[in-house]
Design a binder for this molecule. Structure first.
Ligand SMILES: [Fe+2]
Length: 355
């Protein structure tokens, strides 16, 4: 984690290398007067005058294009201290923006619908640190933006962490970058048989998720249709599990900034092992006909050293701060990666995928 000094923006402390802006400066059409882009995110604090959720929705609706511009300019924004309390209100807020059409179909994280277009962040065990990642980096189709709402911040850990994908990309050693960019990434993922994860409250590994949960249907034909929409090859296995195959570019050009960034799961097969949590994964993978993993299209994996190198860069660029109840964050999914610190105790964070 980078050392972050605290700097004051009005009456709340934002990490020192972040840019803060007061709510009064945010008038529709005021983009030109706002701070130039710094390291993400831009903190937008509430001045205390707004107490009604309906008022906040109206305020946000009037500034939709401004918020769009700020997310693009800064890579991400955090709205703090606004009157928003629960998943229903977050759903209304998220629906001010276009919702990502494919939803979370075929997604890898264990998460369930909360309400409307709002999903729980994940029910992956709280001991696990979710490393920085671009959402759905293991698929060729992915949401351009992702929004988070912290209904209840964890007392110990659990911060949603972020990091600049441009910075990550710049720090990849040239030799490794050249090796990766000559290839596509073959991603193999396995879902457990229908119903496997239905009653689980927490899981240790994504290979435990049932395919019915990943596609929100118990109809295999519907799951196949969704795979087709997402460009995923699939294979049903004798035990009722489902294997998905995707071919993904390791680098992606941002359609608006033209920045080319590393957006890939290529280095992630060692993530569990790095955290001393590989036992469950190894046991599950040993049973799979097509073991889960991310491979170069030659069939090779990154070497241990290469994968470690990318993990180390992620550790170096990671930014975190103390979250508060009611914090809202919108990230440009091709500019800013996100993750989650381990935590203990209650934590309630919701997610919406946006165009
Ligand atoms: Fe994520």
């Amino acid at each position: 984690m980078t050392g972050i000094e605290q700097a004051k923006f009005g009456d709340f402390a934002a990490p020192g290398n972040l840019v803060g802006v007061d709510i009064d400066e945010l008038r529709p059409g005021a983009v030109a007067a706002l701070p130039k882009a710094g390291a993400p995110p831009l903190f937008i604090q509430h001045d205390g005058s707004m107490t009604d959720a309906g008022h906040f929705m109206e305020w946000s609706r009037e500034r939709r294009s401004l918020l769009d511009e700020l997310v693009l300019r800064h890579g991400g924004i955090v709205l703090r201290g606004f009157p928003i309390d629960d998943a229903e209100q977050f759903n209304r807020f998220a629906n001010l923006f276009p919702i990502y059409a494919h939803g979370y179909a075929g997604g890898m994280a264990p998460r369930r619908h909360v309400t409307g277009d709002v999903l729980e962040s994940t029910y992956l065990t709280q001991d696990f640190k979710l490393s920085l990642h671009s959402e759905m980096a293991y698929m060729k189709n992915f949401p351009p933006r992702i929004a988070f709402f912290c209904e209840q911040a964890s007392c110990i850990g659990g911060e949603t962490i972020i990091g600049s994908l441009a910075e990550l990309t710049r720090r990849i050693p040239p030799a490794l970058r050249e090796r990766i960019e000559r290839h596509k990434v073959r991603v193999v993922r396995n879902y457990a048989p229908c119903g496997s994860s239905r009653d689980l409250k927490a899981i240790e590994d994504t290979n435990q998720i049932g395919w019915d949960e990943a596609f929100e249907t118990e109809d295999p034909t519907e799951a196949e249709r969704l795979c087709g929409q997402l460009g995923l090859e699939f294979e049903w296995n004798e035990d009722g599990s489902l294997t998905l195959f995707d071919l993904v570019e390791p680098f992606t050009i941002h359609p608006k900034t033209q920045e080319r960034v590393y957006r890939s799961s290529l280095h992630t097969d060692i993530t569990s092992e790095r955290q001393g949590m590989a036992a469950t994964r190894e046991r599950l993978i040993a049973q799979q006909k097509h073991p889960s993993g991310s491979f170069l299209d030659t069939g090779e994996k990154l070497t241990r050293e290469e994968a470690e190198c990318i993990h180390r860069i992620q550790d170096e660029i990671e930014i975190s701060w103390q979250w508060r109840d009611g914090d809202l964050m919108i990230l440009d999914n091709l500019q800013v990666a996100h993750g989650r610190n381990p935590y203990s105790g209650p934590r309630l964070v919701h997610v919406a995928l946006l165009e």
